[in-house]
Design a protein around this ligand. Structure first.
Ligand SMILES: Cc1cccc(-c2n[nH]cc2-c2ccc(F)c(-c3ccc(S(=O)(=O)CCO)cc3)c2)n1
Length: 240
């Protein structure tokens, strides 16, 4: 895939997004405001508008036990599972398979009244990264989704308004060593998840409606997705 036309952009965006995801939400001064909490899950946003449109960057952090970062990224990246956990998905199509870890998707999502229905075209890249904190710990895994153009689906050619997004799911796994001689079980595994997203709605949508949708949909998505992966992996060997 290194010879593909998108490779330089993928390398650049993945490095940028991973660096951003690793930054904590820091002290309250950094503009991130906590807007939702549920157990270990914390959702932060920054209120930003571009050309009068809400593009609020989102950063969600969550800690889940019993699954690894590789397993989370496997179920997030692979198209065959998406209808199981992405509740707002109306239609999904893989436009191009660039390599086994890089796909191009077209997706239409359910309409958010009173705005028009949205669709999106994005490349999706799955990447394993060395664990820079704990050298002999499990690797870090990430999936980056970034809007792109594709000749088969020009923007705003049909009934949908094209949205533009950059999403990064970054997962860092920790194994707490079990009692001497005991095998590692899922009870010994913890995964720290960072989900970053910037979505440009691509056309008019009332700020109040968008912020209400984000407030409702992001927590629902992260809870549902992590519960889905726990359920899918509970009786399977651990994938690191
Ligand atoms: C989780 C969430 C947050 C904010 C809005 C909504 C939502 N509600 N009704 C319609 C949508 C909607 C419209 C267009 C979109 F592109 C996506 C969209 C969201 C996430 C991703 S992803 O890349 O994180 C996961 C792949 O689907 C892609 C598209 C979602 N859902």
């Amino acid at each position: 895939a290194t010879l593909h036309r998108l490779w330089p952009e993928i390398e650049k965006v993945v490095k940028q997004e991973v660096a951003m995801a690793k930054l904590g939400v820091g002290e309250s001064g950094t503009g991130w405001q906590l807007f939702a909490e549920d157990g270990e899950m914390r959702m932060y946003r920054r209120e930003e508008e571009v050309d009068g449109m809400v593009v609020d960057p989102l950063k969600a952090v969550h800690v889940v036990k019993g699954i690894t970062g590789r397993e989370l990224c496997h179920y997030f990246f692979n198209p065959q599972y998406r209808y199981d956990w992405e509740t707002t998905l109306e239609h999904m199509n893989v436009l191009e398979t660039i390599s086994e870890d890089t796909l191009i998707f077209h997706q239409t999502h359910k309409r958010i009244w009173p705005a028009s229905q949205r669709d999106v075209v994005f490349w999706s890249h799955l990447r394993r990264l060395p664990n820079d904190q704990d050298r002999d710990g499990p690797d870090i895994w990430t999936v980056v989704n970034n809007s792109t153009e594709h000749p088969d689906h020009p923007a705003n050619a049909g009934k949908c308004v094209r949205i533009f997004l950059t999403v990064c799911l970054l997962c860092q796994t920790r194994v707490d060593p079990p009692k001497a001689g005991a095998p590692v079980s899922r009870d010994d595994i913890t995964c720290k998840i960072t989900y970053c997203s910037v979505v440009n709605p691509g056309g008019w949508a009332p700020a109040s409606v968008l912020r209400a949708v984000y407030k409702r949909e992001y927590p629902k998505f992260l809870k549902r997705f992590t519960a889905y992966v726990k359920n899918q992996t509970k009786d399977k060997p651990i994938m690191y």
